[in-house]
Design a binder for this molecule. Structure first.
Ligand code: CU
Length: 130
């Protein structure tokens, strides 16, 4: 008998929750932890801005973005097809004064727009290179 999707999904969700909880627990120094260095790209949120403002990844492959938030207010990364924000592709959970690593699905080559859901003036460009 084949394993069902459900039996696989539950342990994965539990592991993810544990990882996210661990991130929160180690955020007191406000710096980047081991999670950030393991990610494909790292974006720092500091002074209400993303640094770097442009990040590049490879097309057709899942990737991870580490968000290192050095501000004392919550930030996240939300990815859209373009700056009209008519089509949201991803919205990460908020992190405050700490690091979170987002698992992003594979994207086609092109330029995408991202911002912070709480602070729309914080914007960036995601370049997916084919
Ligand atoms: Cu924000």
């Amino acid at each position: 008998m084949k394993p069902t999707r459900l039996s696989l999904a539950v342990p994965l969700a539990a592991v993810l929750a544990a990882v996210l909880a661990a991130c929160g627990a180690t955020s007191s120094d406000g710096g980047s932890g081991p999670d950030a260095s393991a990610a494909d790209v790292t974006v720092t949120a500091a002074g209400m801005a993303f640094d770097p403002g442009t990040v590049a990844v490879a097309a057709g492959e899942t990737f991870t973005i580490a968000l290192v938030n050095e501000d004392a207010m919550p930030h996240n990364i939300a990815i859209y097809t373009d700056d009209s924000k008519s089509e949201k592709l991803f919205e990460g959970g908020m992190v405050t004064d700490g690091t979170v690593v987002y698992d992003i699905g594979a994207l086609d080559a092109g330029e995408y727009f991202f911002d912070c859901s709480l602070h729309p003036d914080m914007t960036g460009t995601l370049v997916v290179e084919g």
